[in-house]
Design a binder for this molecule. Structure first.
Ligand SMILES: [Zn+2]
Length: 680
């Protein structure tokens, strides 16, 4: 026997607090430690595969799990599942002492891993944002394949799982690109914004992207005042202050240069960059540090001067950002961006700029300045939540964000700095008690024929060129299969058409039509009951279940990947075609009738599974398929088990037409309507 005491055990620093290991307790790595959190201290949030229990022995504390605070005291026991993020803190005046018990249970860890983040989304509103598009042009396939499609599918899947999830986006009217477009067309920025905002909404609707809140920043009546109040909070934090720094001006017109009006080489990676952000490396620039800067306002060499702007000392907030990144989902590339930005030393980031187009702060400024549109967006997200709440009778306020809000962002890599570094800092300054809980889903560029899609150069296939009620699911299928998730990918119309016609029509639809014909001719158009199961057939059921489990992980918050979903869906159809072909010879064998009807029941179970699993990504197809096999509920609720159709269900698949190949759109003709080739 060994007796250990709280006071005499050897403590050392671990997880941001003091721990004294007490040794192993049982097999499989079970062990215990004493833990001590000093007054004002807290443990570092972290996740691990071990299950764990805290038994509080002395003092009072707070446990923070999924951003919810639970009070604990002597006698409290908290049990954590594997991978659950937890923090123990001590707001009191005496040390908080606890016994920590932990151990590995592979089955428990595997079960938790398969949930793909489900627990973090339960019993709380989940606000899923796709970056508000800039209304200086319509949406092309590059845009659509990225944040908008990602957020739409994410929300559809979460809702099938009973989560209160909403998709929010809007029109980011105050972008300098809108003012630039207005200058080119000799009109007012607001007219440009209103025109393209309407086009963008129409295109989102053609793509079947459901949006629950669409904030139009230029015309929303409460937006301007709310934004100014948010900015005043930043200034009130005293971190954001007026500061005179070097700035760049046009050599001829003397106008202030930033964003769209200046370009050159990135000071960090030397790639071509515009003002303020580099699309290649994702790092911000200050315009004055751009190598070989060129003004877009005149041919003259840009001139160096000074400007007094409100500015944020970004370098002071490294720990804020890193602590925030420990809580939710942040990809390795985003973590690396934070490392690079904070390795740069002092970065005084202006958050107001001399400009006409935008919302001025109420605080005094030098000349005419506006709140920079990127910090503005940090407020825009909260404003969107408040507006959504107003319409749904919920008391959500942009001025009092709540700890139980779960925010999920979808954005392109070029916006990473703003979303994952700047916004958490601004939120920490504006709402020190909030502790925002945000997860990030970033996509990489989708290229068109090897080059970046470009609105300004009209190198694009526009959503309206290719989307129609007949083709939308085919397009969603192809974009899901090929969109850039961890690396840049390329879109080619011919390859898109070939894949749709060979795979979606040639395999998926051909299989479903064939199955319908077979049920019509052998089973009078009704689903047969399964009969006798051979080992090969029960193995096939197991294989369908494995596909379902894999697809749930790819749709889930932790493993979200539409490329992954589509690989599995194609695999599912391949599996079933192979299974059917193998069993074809049973169809004419009356002695094997009971096994034969099991084959058909399994095929119908696979069709039901396909309807369920395709529902978030191809909702029209899934709805039609579910209807054709009498399984309407398959698309509204996510079942965790493969289910056979009820015997006798009416099957109307033989003539069903699910897909069409989008027609040949030529790039460069916005708004051109393209006739789709129907396959049936
Ligand atoms: Zn760069």
């Amino acid at each position: 026997m060994k007796i250990m005491t709280l006071d005499e055990s050897p403590y050392s620093a671990a997880f941001g607090i003091k721990m004294a290991p007490l040794g192993s307790l049982a097999g499989r790595g079970g062990a215990a430690s004493f833990g001590r959190v000093l007054p004002g201290g807290e443990s570092t949030p972290h996740q691990h595969d071990e299950a764990e229990a805290f038994v509080i022995l002395k003092g009072e504390g707070e446990l923070v799990v999924d951003n919810v605070i639970h009070s604990v005291g002597p006698g409290s026991v908290a049990v954590f599942e594997p991978f659950e993020t937890h923090t123990l803190r001590n707001p009191g005046s005496v040390p908080l002492e606890f016994l920590d018990l932990y151990g590995r249970d592979p089955a428990r860890a595997a079960k938790a891993a398969r949930n793909s983040g489900k627990e973090r989304f339960a019993d709380r509103p989940v606000f899923v944002f796709s970056t508000p598009p800039t209304p200086n042009g319509d949406l092309h396939l590059g845009h659509l394949s990225g944040p908008y499609f990602g957020a739409d599918v994410f929300v559809r899947f979460q809702r099938m799982n009973g989560v209160e999830a909403y998709h929010l986006t809007g029109s980011d009217d105050f972008q300098s690109y809108v003012a630039s477009r207005a200058r080119e067309e000799d009109t007012e920025p607001l007219r440009i914004a209103e025109h393209y905002c309407a086009e963008i909404r129409a295109t989102l609707s053609l793509m079947d992207i459901m949006v629950d809140q669409f904030t139009v920043t230029g015309t929303d009546p409460a937006y301007r005042e709310g934004l100014q109040a948010f900015f005043s909070r930043l200034v009130g934090s005293s971190a954001v202050q007026r500061r005179k720094d070097a700035a760049l001006f046009d050599g001829e017109t003397r106008e202030y240069l930033y964003e769209v009006d200046v370009g050159g080489l990135c000071p960090s990676c030397s790639a071509r960059t515009g003002g303020n952000i580099c699309e290649e490396c994702g790092e911000p620039n200050l315009c004055v540090d751009i190598v070989k800067p060129k003004s877009r306002l005149s041919a003259a060499e840009p001139a160096l001067g000074t400007a007094e702007r409100y500015s944020l000392p970004l370098h002071d907030f490294r720990d804020t950002v890193l602590a925030h990144h420990r809580i939710g989902k942040v990809s390795p590339r985003l973590q690396d961006l934070a490392r690079r930005v904070f390795a740069r030393g002092e970065v005084h980031l202006p958050v107001t700029h001399p400009a006409e187009w935008g919302v001025p702060p109420v605080e005094p400024v030098e000349g005419r300045q506006v709140i920079w549109v990127w910090p503005e967006m940090a407020y825009g997200f909260l404003h969107g939540i408040a507006e959504l709440g107003r319409r749904h009778g919920r008391g959500w306020s942009a001025d009092a964000p709540q700890r139980n809000w779960k925010i999920v962002h979808f954005f392109g890599y070029d916006n990473s700095f703003y979303h994952t570094i700047l916004y958490p800092v601004l939120y920490a300054l504006a709402y020190p008690d909030w502790s925002c809980d945000i997860e990030y889903n970033v996509n990489e560029f989708y290229l068109l024929d090897g080059k970046k899609f470009s609105t300004s150069r009209r190198h694009a296939i526009w959503g309206k060129d290719i989307l129609s009620p007949d083709t939308v699911d085919s397009v969603r299928y192809y974009l899901a299969l090929t969109r850039g998730e961890t690396e840049r990918t390329n879109f080619e119309l011919e390859s898109c058409q070939a894949v749709i016609s060979e795979t979606l029509i040639g395999r998926w639809q051909t299989w479903l039509n064939g199955l319908g014909g077979l049920v019509a001719s052998h089973f009078d158009g009704h689903a047969p009951d399964a009969g006798v199961w051979s080992p090969i057939q029960s193995a096939f059921l197991g294989r369908l279940q494995t596909r379902l489990d894999a697809i749930a992980i790819h749709y889930g918050a932790d493993g979200f990947s539409l490329n992954g979903v589509m690989r599995e869906l194609n695999g599912l159809v391949d599996d079933v075609i192979h299974f059917t072909t193998t069993h074809q010879c049973l169809s004419g064998n009356s002695a094997a009738y009971d096994e034969w009807r099991t084959v058909v029941a399994l095929e119908l179970a696979a069709a039901r599974l396909l309807a369920q699993c395709a529902a978030p990504v191809m909702p029209r197809f899934a709805g039609k398929l579910a209807e054709a096999i009498g399984a309407d509920g398959a698309t509204s609720h996510w079942a965790d088990q493969v289910t056979l159709l009820p015997p006798g269900a009416r099957i109307m698949l033989a003539e069903a037409c699910f897909f069409a190949v989008p027609g040949a759109a030529s790039s460069g003709h916005a708004g051109q309507t393209v006739r789709s080739a129907r396959s049936c």
